[in-house]
Design a protein around this ligand. Structure first.
Ligand SMILES: Nc1ncnc2c1ncn2[C@@H]1O[C@H](COP(=O)(O)OP(=O)(O)OP(=O)(O)O)[C@@H](O)[C@H]1O
Ligand SMILES: [Mg+2]
Length: 273
């Protein structure tokens, strides 16, 4: 089944969502970051979350990845309940993320940063690895091969042996995407993947995000302020404001919703039906 087939069958009624986020409430003394947020993500779907600054977009990711524990609600990933699990345990279930502000080891090379994304696959502790050196070496080799595949997929070859801190911003964002892919995730969370990028870098990133959906069939949740990118790429969009969803639907449905236009998009993004 191709990724497109998966998306189409996912949109039929009997499809089981890969991710269910239901009635989530998250507050920090006096501040309500999420005030009853519900959405689902289907197999192979690119689901976008948009909304003004402080609307609660990153908080959704922090709940999903176990950084924050909500006061109320359910979060299910496949058959697993994610609430109460630690970030490491959630990563092991196959949820990977990129960050709004790049979080890489700037003095390590591209290859080494990508290798760090593989460490989830290292089934041995350090001592056990000594005891089973042969096996550990084979693992290391398999990890290196997997990392080289990501280098090819994201066209990172020219920079592979350079420290990440020396690279242009747009390439660093791509390395961060690569590190998330290196863990072989089943769900990818992208927090503002093109923030701060120029037009050329944005178009490059858009192409890689589409390749991830269409070639790898990986479901994604993408938070992004670049409305052109969201409208072009997303299968469905949820608009949130003050921690509450205003509207969830296809790009066209969202762009023509009067409440959304009034609250967020403004006239320039209005689509004539
Ligand atoms: N650790 C925290 N402690 C206190 N308040 C927090 C914390 N994290 C988030 N908030 C608050 O929760 C609200 C939502 O923040 P969040 O970072 O989710 O917004 P966002 O939609 O990602 O915004 P932006 O577009 O600026 O990234 C904001 O009012 C923020 O100040
Ligand atoms: Mg944010």
């Amino acid at each position: 089944m191709t990724a497109t087939d998966a998306r189409q069958s996912a949109s039929t009624e009997e499809a089981t969502p890969v991710l269910t986020f239901e009635d989530v409430v998250l507050g920090f003394d006096g501040v309500t970051a999420l005030n009853g947020v519900s959405f689902t993500v289907n197999a192979g779907e690119l689901f976008a979350v948009i909304g003004p600054n402080g609307a609660g977009k990153t908080s959704i990711f922090n709940v999903l990845s176990g950084v924050y524990r909500p006061q109320q609600g359910t979060v299910r990933f496949g058959a697993e309940d994610l609430i109460g699990r630690r970030p490491h345990a959630i990563a092991r279930l196959g949820v990977a993320r990129t960050f709004q502000n790049i979080e890489l080891f700037s003095n390590l090379t591209v290859l080494d940063n990508l290798m760090l994304g593989r460490h989830l696959h290292h089934p041995y502790g350090v001592l056990a690895a000594f005891a089973w050196l042969g096996k550990a070496r084979r693992n290391e080799l398999a990890n290196r091969l997997a990392v080289e595949e990501i280098v090819d997929f994201l066209e990172l070859a020219p920079w592979r042996r350079l420290p990440v801190g020396l690279l242009p911003y747009g390439i660093q964002k791509r390395v961060e995407l690569g590190r998330a892919l290196a863990s072989e995730p089943k769900l990818l969370l992208l927090d503002e993947p093109v923030a701060g990028m120029n037009l050329e870098e944005t178009e490059g990133m858009a192409r890689f995000i589409l390749d991830i959906r269409d070639e790898l069939g990986l479901p994604m949740v993408m938070v992004e302020h670049d409305m052109g990118l969201v409208m072009d790429l997303a299968d469905r969009i949820m608009v949130i404001d003050f921690g509450k969803p205003i509207r969830t639907g296809t790009p066209r449905e969202v762009a023509t919703d009067p409440d959304v236009v009034r609250a967020y998009l403004g006239e320039e993004h209005r689509v004539t039906p």
